[in-house]
Design a protein around this ligand. Structure first.
Ligand SMILES: [Zn+2]
Ligand SMILES: [Zn+2]
Length: 435
């Protein structure tokens, strides 16, 4: 009715040279058709984690790069190869967060949660960034949902955090998962074990892949994560970390297992599970899923007793985990878990002709003010086209107003499901729509 404006001249001149822009490699849009799956993961997290004593925290996407170098460890794949870091206009080293644990601990210290007594328990969800080679379940912008509990050295905390992860999985409806558990011991045990492992592997150096030879000197525990089949064979006869545990660490790990058994939580001990990040101490765990294989666990976590002190606080025990949300969605799909789309009643209001369309505008505002969803067309359409649109939007009712209705003060209300319509006085609209 109001005619299209002329295209801008610049747009016309560059018509042949402008390309449509697309997302970066490894970065994806989440479209409206999929949003209910994501909201399902988030709503279950809100429900389950708050039931387990956690409060939501929203941490920034960007942080000083040093935060992650200090916490994750300089000689890890994340810091060496995968972090998105850059120098900003103020010459500061900035990093897109590759994970949330370090940020949550930073926030815990910055806002003095350490002085409040008891355990501080946070949960979060949101995007993380790592420059990996994109593949199924691994994107450069990926999403995690997780918890961090800071302020206790008790094995009850380890067990409760693991139970929280299992409760979340159960509430999502997943069945084909396994829980793998190990303990990497305290830093002294870790150092002792690293020496034992280095001694053992040095004798097998010629059989190791190139990366593992360099890991020998720099971060020998990471050899245990190698996917190379020759390396895996050598690893299979490597000494187990449990033999390097001190008495307290052995006792701690036994207590964690006992608490999990008391809840009939099934788990297996994986002696080679050490996790690639420097900050883990004592309990570590992963939850692989049948669909994704061992290298792409849907959940990973553990205890990190030294991180708080490492980031400038007084020492405090802490345990946390993170789920990969893309991986959870793959797992859910493979188990054909139904995620229902939440729908709410919708009214489509159709105006036939310029004058009726203005009346429609007011009616829509009135319906919305009553708390009911209502939409209309901004452009003129035929009645048939209006009804097609109402059908596509899954509207429960269509309200139709033409010149005739305007003149007689009536409206046509069509029940879209039953395809029946009736003419009523416009004053009865609210009762016809049951609002
Ligand atoms: Zn120990
Ligand atoms: Zn290797």
């Amino acid at each position: 009715m109001y005619g299209k404006p002329h295209p801008p001249v610049v747009g016309f001149l560059f018509l042949w040279t402008t390309m449509r822009q697309t997302t970066l490699k490894g970065v994806e849009d989440i479209l409206p058709a999929d949003i209910h799956r994501w909201q399902f993961l988030e709503q279950q997290a809100d429900e389950v984690f708050s039931r387990c004593g956690y409060q939501q925290i929203r941490i920034p996407i960007i942080e000083p790069a040093q935060l992650f170098v200090r916490s994750i460890g300089e000689q890890t794949d994340i810091v060496e190869k995968e972090m998105y870091s850059f120098t900003d206009r103020g010459e500061r080293q900035i990093c897109l967060r590759p994970e949330a644990t370090a940020s949550v601990v930073r926030a815990y210290l910055q806002h003095q949660f350490d002085g409040q007594g008891g355990c501080a328990q946070f949960y979060y969800y949101g995007p993380m960034f790592r420059g990996e080679r994109p593949q199924a379940g691994r994107q450069r912008q990926f999403h995690q949902v997780g918890v961090e509990a800071i302020g206790s050295y008790s094995p009850l905390l380890d067990a409760d955090v693991v139970m929280t992860a299992l409760r979340y999985i159960e509430c999502l409806g997943l069945r084909r998962y396994r829980l793998q558990l190990n303990s990497v011991g305290c830093p002294e045990d870790k150092t002792n074990y690293a020496q034992q492992l280095r001694d053992f592997l040095s004798g097998q150096r010629s059989g190791l892949c190139e990366s593992c030879v360099s890991r020998l000197e720099r971060n020998v525990l990471r050899v245990l994560d190698c996917k190379n089949s020759a390396c895996r064979q050598i690893i299979a006869s490597a000494p187990h970390i449990e033999h390097a545990h001190c008495a307290q660490c052995r006792e701690h790990f036994a207590a964690v297992q006992e608490m999990l058994r008391s809840q009939k939580a099934e788990f297996e001990i994986n002696p080679y599970l050490v996790r690639g990040l420097d900050y883990y101490t004592r309990t570590v765990f992963e939850i692989p899923h049948g669909q994704l294989g061992a290298q792409n666990a849907i959940c990973a976590g553990g205890r990190y007793d030294n991180l708080v002190a490492e980031l400038g606080g007084s020492p405090a025990g802490a345990v946390g985990f993170a789920f990969g949300m893309e991986r959870l969605l793959i797992a859910l799909e493979s188990e054909s878990t139904a995620i229902s789309e939440k729908t709410r009643p919708l009214v489509y209001v159709a105006g036939l002709g310029v004058v009726a369309m203005r009346a429609v505008f007011s009616i829509v505002q009135e319906i919305r003010a009553q708390g009911v969803a209502a939409v209309f067309s901004y452009e003129e359409r035929s009645l048939k086209s209006h009804l097609k649109r109402a059908d596509k939007l899954k509207a429960n009712h269509a309200v139709i107003i033409g010149e005739e209705e305007l003149a007689s003060g009536t409206i046509l209300v069509r029940d879209m499901r039953r395809s029946i319509q009736q003419s009523i006085p416009s004053s009865l609209l609210r009762s016809a729509l049951e609002i």
